[in-house]
Design a protein around this ligand. Structure first.
Ligand code: KG4
Ligand code: ZN
Length: 363
């Protein structure tokens, strides 16, 4: 294996335009040479969510600038790269195509290998940007679009243990935050509002309690919280509801993760005793602390990327690309963007959580 691999990563699957350069030494130690992120939050805020057409146009307008900045902050010319990685899905396909096309153009012009990266694989490996998390590990991936538990055996090798049957945890945070009058994306605002609140003041439903397995459901919680939110009049009540919601989401994440730790241990034994949390919701301090405590109680270590690598970024895409390159997993230049792309394709096909739609299994 080459002693070090330097890869440019590009991320445009949602409302962040991002580019980064990462260097992987001996397949393990990681150096982030640059990580540039341009957020479109302000452009979508008036609509209370991400508008696909606005996102795609905003990516087109800024992608070249962001890539140029990532290269210059890394202090490199294109001849200093060993490969180019771009998110190829899942996500808003108009945006994905912008970043993937930019990656293809650079790969073609410079004769570099192209790695088409699954955005979820980026989140799955993101912890390795900041620490040496050995495979296999148990992953709780909690973002705005996804909520799942996976055993990560290595790059490209995932076993799904559970996933949400309706909303993602971040989506629940965002929707409930909006009923509390907080701007999009509501997760960080709800966390701030909840500080000092009394989580016991409002009782919220616990979903799928008796059900086998590690699946999640947040729609009942969302409806119950919205009903309560409509009756509130004081700031103190809003603060207490925010605390109750945050506590209820954290509790469900912890309960399912506890079940998953048992399944993961049964499959991998002592060598897999590490719980990793990744994705935007892993930025939440209460969620992090409760997961850490649950991991310790089960004899697991706990790791989560620093906040800047929890939410969407391109360093995680560059790292996934570098690990793919090291493993010889290179894609054709005509690889297509995929709006849906489950990480564990076998489980998604054989044990679909959602009925298979025309477009294939959801992520
Ligand atoms: O990973 P991410 O940046 O994008 C997706 O791939 O979805 O995650 C964004 C999600 C949003 O739903 C946002 O509200 C949530 O992560 N989030 C948080 C916090 N920071 C971001 N949720 C709860 N507490 C936070 N501190
Ligand atoms: Zn994401």
């Amino acid at each position: 294996m080459t002693a070090s691999l330097t890869v440019l990563g590009i991320e445009t699957s949602c409302d962040e335009t991002a580019a980064a350069v990462v260097r992987l030494h001996d397949g393990a130690r990681v150096e982030v040479l640059s990580s540039v992120i341009a957020s479109q939050i302000a452009e979508h805020a008036p609509y209370g969510g991400v508008v696909p057409e606005i996102a795609a146009r905003a990516h087109v307008e800024i992608i070249d600038t962001i890539i140029a900045r990532a290269m210059s902050e890394a202090g490199l010319g294109y001849e200093g790269l060993d490969g180019v990685a771009a998110t190829a899905g899942p996500g808003l396909v108009g945006g994905v195509m912008v970043g993937l096309s930019a990656g293809k153009a650079i790969a073609l012009a410079r004769g570099l290998p192209l790695m088409a990266v699954n955005h979820l694989e980026g989140h799955a490996l993101s912890v390795r940007l900041s620490e040496l998390a050995p495979y296999p590990f148990l992953l709780l991936l909690v973002s705005g679009g996804h909520c799942q538990l996976l055993s990560v055996e290595g790059v490209g090798q995932y076993q799904r243990l559970g996933a949400t049957i309706d909303d993602a945890a971040g989506e629940a945070f965002d929707k409930i935050a909006s009923t509390l009058g907080l701007p999009y994306p509501g997760g960080p605002g709800l966390e701030k509002l909840a500080v000092g609140g009394d989580p016991a003041r409002y009782v919220l439903p616990r979903a799928l309690l008796g059900r086998e397995g590690c699946d999640f459901s947040f729609s009942g919680l969302k409806t119950a919280a919205a009903r309560i939110a409509a009756t509130l009049s004081t700031d103190e009540e809003r603060r207490d509801l925010a605390a109750a919601v945050q506590g209820a989401i954290a509790r469900q994440l912890v309960e399912r993760t506890q079940k998953a730790m048992a399944l993961h241990l049964a499959a991998y034994g002592g060598q897999g005793r590490l719980l990793v949390a990744a994705g935007g919701v892993a930025a939440n301090q209460i969620v992090r602390e409760r997961l850490r405590a649950a991991a310790e109680a089960h004899g697991f270590g706990f790791a989560a990327p620093p906040l800047r690598y929890c939410t969407d970024n391109a360093a995680m895409i560059a790292l996934a690309g570098a690990e793919r390159l090291a493993a010889g997993l290179i894609d054709d230049i005509d690889v297509a963007a995929r709006p849906r792309w489950p990480l564990d394709e076998a489980s998604a096909r054989d044990r679909p959580i959602h009925a298979l739609s025309r477009k294939g299994a959801k992520a």
